[in-house]
Ligand binder design. Structure first.
Ligand code: FO1
Length: 306
């Protein structure tokens, strides 16, 4: 069975990990948002790509959700003592990833090729693909002006009121090698419980991706539970954009792309007003077993739609 998962951020990485655990190696391709990538200390940082890879490799930090397990902060503390920037924390182990990725990018390698090699080194059996090898930086349009994504997300702790989003140069970007083929060959596409505005919309906006998805069975899992995001600013963004933060709004966000929708038990009343097939289950993934359980339930539900 060929499954494609679209993911970005911690919630997406958790479900991707659950899917990888129950599928055979080679059955899963995870297409990851790179809109939150940026340059810091001259290094290319790809937070969502790394969060997905670290989770699939079992190297992730369970406390923060991002970065590496058992991390140390010697270099970040040394930077701080020299008066350098400490607002975006790069751990020592994580730093190795950024150093080697940047070295290879400067040597002319593509992000997708580098990610493939990193996955091999980390023992990841699934394919992990950046949505594009072209930079497509997300800009958050706020009441205080335009902010780069990490400036909004980390430096400003998502406080400025959101008025919209811009994905720079997205119309000139192309899907990374293998992205369109993986979707075309997939039996099912799962949109993970990631932020629809800043994790999934950039993927859907890369020219060609939405068109191939339109031919597929696509199931989304709501990142909003009882009107709140498990992690991150998705609910706040919906409210500030004048849309009620709810699982229903997430389903409407993806619209005709969806064949089915998965939402939490808490939101079971919404099934009455949802016009597509839905699965109501426990979607909150705290323990590792909950990732596998949700992945199994999503696949069983999707089989009824194929
Ligand atoms: N998020 C934070 O809130 N503070 C940080 O200092 C921080 C550092 C960081 C380093 C590497 C990495 O891969 C991710 C990091 N994140 C940090 C998370 C990241 O900003 C966001 O989770 C994503 O960009 C949104 O999905």
């Amino acid at each position: 069975m060929g499954i494609v998962a679209l993911a970005g951020g911690v919630g997406g990485a958790k479900l991707a990990d659950g899917l990888a655990e129950i599928l055979l190696p080679g059955e899963l391709t995870v297409i990851v948002n790179t809109g939150d990538d940026f340059e810091h200390f001259g290094l290319r940082i790809c937070p969502d790509l790394d969060t997905v890879c670290y989770n699939l490799a079992g190297l992730h930090n369970p406390e923060t959700g991002w970065g590496r397990r058992g991390e140390s902060w010697v270099s970040a503390e040394a930077v701080g003592r020299l008066g350098g920037p400490t607002w975006f924390r790069l751990g020592d182990l994580d730093l190795g990833t950024h150093l080697e990725r940047t070295r290879r990018l400067k040597a002319g390698d593509r992000l997708s090729a580098i990610t493939k090699d990193f996955c091999h080194s980390w023992g990841i059996g699934s394919s992990v693909l950046p949505m594009s090898d072209d930079p497509v930086p997300t800009i958050v349009l706020t009441a205080e002006g335009e902010l780069s994504f990490q400036e909004y997300f980390v430096a400003r702790r998502c406080e400025p009121e959101v008025m919209g989003f811009k994905f720079v140069d997205i119309l000139c970007s192309t899907p990374a090698p293998g992205v369109l083929a993986a979707i075309e060959e997939a039996d099912l596409v799962v949109i993970c419980p990631s932020n629809p505005w800043v994790s999934i919309d950039p993927i859907l906006g890369v020219p060609g991706i939405r068109q191939v998805l339109a031919e597929k069975v696509v199931v989304a899992v709501s990142p909003l539970v009882g009107g709140k995001a498990i992690k991150g600013p998705a609910a706040k963004m919906y409210a500030e954009l004048g849309i009620e933060p709810s699982a229903l709004s997430v389903a409407q966000h993806y619209g005709e792309l969806l064949s089915g929708f998965v939402m939490d038990n808490i939101d079971k009343n919404l099934t009455k007003i949802l016009s597509i097939s839905s699965l109501i289950t426990d979607t909150i993934m705290v323990e590792r077993e909950q990732r596998h359980k949700l992945a199994e339930e999503v696949l069983s539900f999707a089989r009824t739609l194929m």
